[in-house]
Design a protein around this ligand. Structure first.
Ligand SMILES: CC(C)(COP(=O)(O)OP(=O)(O)OC[C@H]1O[C@@H](n2cnc3c(N)ncnc32)[C@H](O)[C@@H]1O)[C@@H](O)C(=O)NCCC(=O)NCCS
Ligand SMILES: Nc1ncnc2c1ncn2[C@@H]1O[C@H](COP(=O)(O)OP(=O)(O)OP(=O)(O)O)[C@@H](O)[C@H]1O
Length: 203
């Protein structure tokens, strides 16, 4: 089974592209959704996160992301401390998902990971796919979101791996600034090539 890592900066069309992989029949794992599950009441990250950051929620209500972000965002050491707790749990969730997909006989599985390069996990995948659109397209998209300001946008972009670097590290780039059909065509090509390769290998 082939593992595809899917990533892209804020507003680059990652969720839209992930839906296209789903529509093509591949199982898609979502890193953000996994963290939300881990932080929800009863989630595996609740107790260890509250032990390190007692004011970031309660076992009854789970981890309050907004409160937690006040302790960790902008503080490298605290963020590293949080990541040391959360990342192994996320990796376990991802592995369980992959095992299930493999048992179900899927030829490929997609892992949607916003901070794939930032977290240095690119080696876990057979192929890394990057969603990318021209900067002005992405900026217009993100600034149209409720609650977004130019300052917030610029600070998020500054903390992410630069676009040129992401494009250079990608095996395949899905263009998301040229309409849905152009993106879907690239997704469908990736899926049919991977299916053909998986069929060859099982022969
Ligand atoms: C810090 C937290 C509580 C903030 O949650 P919140 O819902 O308020 O915002 P969101 O998740 O959208 O993040 C806000 C901004 O912080 C940045 N950010 C979040 N986590 C990280 C990180 N580990 N490293 C660098 N930047 C980060 C994001 O890029 C985003 O721009 C949350 O992101 C978190 O728990 N992060 C640590 C776990 C992690 O690394 N998650 C990434 C996927 S594995
Ligand atoms: N291929 C495409 N063609 C046209 N519009 C697109 C395409 N892909 C995404 N968009 C539009 O761009 C916006 C951002 O897309 P999406 O929510 O998928 O991005 P994202 O990368 O998941 O964002 P974030 O990481 O910030 O959550 C949406 O309004 C979406 O409709």
């Amino acid at each position: 089974m082939k593992r595809i890592g899917l990533t892209g900066g804020i507003g680059m069309g990652k969720s839209t592209t992930a839906d296209m992989f789903k529509a093509a029949g591949l199982p898609v794992w979502d890193a953000d959704a996994a963290v939300h599950r881990l932080y929800a009441p009863g989630g595996a990250a609740v107790d260890p996160v509250l032990e390190a950051f007692p004011e970031a929620g309660s076992s009854a209500t789970g981890v309050d992301r907004q409160r937690l972000s006040q302790f960790v965002l902008g503080d490298r050491e605290k963020l590293a401390q949080l990541e040391a707790i959360v990342h192994p749990l996320v990796a376990m969730d991802r592995q369980r998902f992959a095992d299930r997909a493999e048992a179900e006989g899927h030829e490929a599985v997609v892992f949607d990971i916003p901070l794939l390069f930032e977290n240095g996990v690119q080696d876990a995948f057979d192929m890394v796919v990057v969603c990318s659109a021209p900067e002005e397209v992405r900026r217009t998209r993100v600034l149209a979101r409720p609650g977004m300001t130019v300052e917030k946008y610029e600070s998020i972009v500054a903390r992410q791996t630069p676009e040129a670097e992401k494009r250079a590290l990608a095996e395949v780039i899905v263009p998301t600034g040229e309409g849905l059909d152009a993106a879907r065509a690239v997704v469908d090509t990736i899926v049919s090539r991977l299916r053909a390769r998986a069929a060859d290998e099982s022969r």
